[in-house]
Design a protein around this ligand. Sequence first.
Ligand SMILES: Cc1cc2nc3c(=O)[nH]c(=O)nc-3n(C[C@H](O)[C@H](O)[C@H](O)COP(=O)(O)OP(=O)(O)OC[C@H]3O[C@@H](n4cnc5c(N)ncnc54)[C@H](O)[C@@H]3O)c2cc1C
Ligand SMILES: NC(=O)c1ccc[n+]([C@@H]2O[C@H](COP(=O)([O-])OP(=O)(O)OC[C@H]3O[C@@H](n4cnc5c(N)ncnc54)[C@H](OP(=O)(O)O)[C@@H]3O)[C@@H](O)[C@H]2O)c1
Ligand SMILES: Cc1cc2nc3c(=O)[nH]c(=O)nc-3n(C[C@H](O)[C@H](O)[C@H](O)COP(=O)(O)O)c2cc1C
Length: 577
Amino acid sequence: MKTNNSQNIPFNEAQQAWLGGFFAGMHSHILQSAGSADAANARVITILYGSQTGNSEAVAHDAAQVAKAHGLNPSILSMDEIEADSFISLEYLLIITSTYGEGEMPDNAQILWEAISADDNIDLAQMQYSVLALGDTSYDLFCQAGIDWDQRLEKLGAKRLYERVDCDVDFDDAAESWISNIIPLMADGATAITVDSSETSSAAKYGRKNPFPGTLVANRLLTSPDSSKEIRHYEISIAGSELSYEAGDALNVVPVNCPELVADIVKAIGCTGDEDEPVSGELMPLSQALGEHFEIKLPSKELLNEIARRSGDQELNTLISSDDKEKLAGYLWGRDTLDLLLQFPAMQFSAAEFIALLKPLQHRAYSISSSGKANPETVHLTISSVRYNSHNRDHKGVCSTYLADLADENTPIRCFFSPNKVFRVPENDELPMIMVGPGTGIAPFRAFLQEREFRQAKGVNWLFFGDRNASTDFIYRDEIETMQKSSVLAKLDLAFSRDQEEKIYVQDRMREKGAELFSLLEQGGYFFVCGDAYRMAKDVDKALHDVIATQGNLSEEQAAEYVNQMKKDKRYVRDVY
Ligand SMILES: Cc1cc2nc3c(=O)[nH]c(=O)nc-3n(C[C@H](O)[C@H](O)[C@H](O)COP(=O)(O)OP(=O)(O)OC[C@H]3O[C@@H](n4cnc5c(N)ncnc54)[C@H](O)[C@@H]3O)c2cc1C
Ligand SMILES: NC(=O)c1ccc[n+]([C@@H]2O[C@H](COP(=O)([O-])OP(=O)(O)OC[C@H]3O[C@@H](n4cnc5c(N)ncnc54)[C@H](OP(=O)(O)O)[C@@H]3O)[C@@H](O)[C@H]2O)c1
Ligand SMILES: Cc1cc2nc3c(=O)[nH]c(=O)nc-3n(C[C@H](O)[C@H](O)[C@H](O)COP(=O)(O)O)c2cc1C
């Protein structure tokens, strides 16, 4: 885990003892009681979260619990639930935010960020704050959104009460440490009161820290066998878990690495695989450790640096030391850990040395493609299997091919849900729903349509879908056509990009149907986007602005204002990756 631990101020013994109990209580669901405080006089602190998939939100709730226990009165808000005017008058502020896209704000933080970053005359002299940044060191702009907030607040005169902590994917310990340090500082030594751990994020029987062992009950190919890509439909039984989910949520799957890749890596570093190594307090053979606990496909920065240092390879060292991140990304594209090890065959590591350079194996998120109301005991997923050949080897995505090739009905599929509270079928069954989901982006919209059908909702449902070729990649075609016949799906626009010389994409269809699209938006319609974040979602966003400007006779600025209002009303929401 990477954190700014050097910046952590140690807390005193009493705090340590109490907080130790608090966090133990969070994990073992024990009710903590530590006196009482006068709630009416409690200091109000605001905890703002910027979150796409719920991690920052969950940490915000944990922080609020600790704050309450310190006699504070915490108010938790998503960043799109506060206006800039109210923001600038806050006195005690905690910001917990993830980073998305390429160093960008999560969707729910964008409007507030634009307002606060645009005005240099804002004076935040009355504000005391601290930032917890969630991110992933495999991205170039690690924790950039948190860094931006931290620097901006300081620049506008706010007082940083505690140094920002930047968390990597395994953020729990760093987040707990930040909470443990910042809350007493916010409380000025206020008295701790009762904490009901049943309200904390880790109170559920199954979750991120204790995934449910689901059962794979279906695994079928959706694309044709002769397609240029492979998309599969999975069903995972959660019977007996007492878990439930909503259309729009994601399921996270904890994969196991491919045994052949483990064996090849063990050989490449000059080990046998039988070397016993401690992992999370448990001694296990290297092969098991690499199979179950470490990311062995995508090379970590630490491993890359060490290979460069040991090999002295000029090209690699120049790439690492230069600021040209794109060049390094280009070098790494399609190269995995084994490619790097094979490139420098003399590279030998002891088991302990090698493990120390790896990152923990992470779960992968998947947008659920079923409605929890229609399918309470199974979760459906729609997954593109990552398979490609580069550097003279076949490469496989860890999780997508774990499900495709390795798992069967006897494999416990360790999984947990990430609720996505804003990516939801509209509460009002009469309102139109426009869904743009090419490729695997269709997943949550299959769930939304099932949900609308289950609720017998009368609102218009309109799907924009596309993929490479109609004959091989029109996934869920039968279901879609059945829904059209039964009028669940009132409108369908398809864009098969490779069926003609000129590419046709979903945003082209949106433009063609601009008048109708704008008319449904004017009726209060919801606009949902799911799928590729880097190209498709950006182009669809541009098309949405264009349609609104053209059809509404609006200037570029007015169209942007229209779109911002849709975002504030949670009528323009995205699930992009
Ligand atoms: C909220 C959310 C929802 C998601 N929902 C879905 C979903 O519904 N369906 C779905 O399929 N995915 C979905 N994803 C993506 C999913 O989480 C995984 O990222 C995806 O399955 C790949 O994981 P993997 O372990 O198989 O591949 P990994 O082992 O993570 O490998 C992927 C990496 O391989 C490399 N790579 C991939 N293709 C190539 C290539 N052609 N050439 C060279 N290098 C390449 C790239 O470095 C890429 O980052 C979602 C992601 C998020 C965050
Ligand atoms: N980083 C990458 O380079 C890359 C590339 C592909 C997929 N992916 C990832 O692979 C996963 C699965 O992909 P997927 O099966 O869902 O979909 P996908 O392979 O990304 O593509 C689905 C459809 O979207 C089209 N498309 C490509 N660029 C587009 C754009 N700018 N605007 C609109 N449509 C566009 C594709 O057309 P064409 O392919 O014919 O252009 C294809 O018809 C996702 O995680 C995705 O992000 C990443
Ligand atoms: C599509 C995508 C883009 C991301 N981009 C970045 C990034 O640029 N920098 C970073 O540090 N983390 C990045 N992350 C990692 C997230 O910030 C991290 O997973 C975080 O824990 C998510 O928290 P949330 O659930 O509160 O949104 C990205 C994750 C995804 C799925």
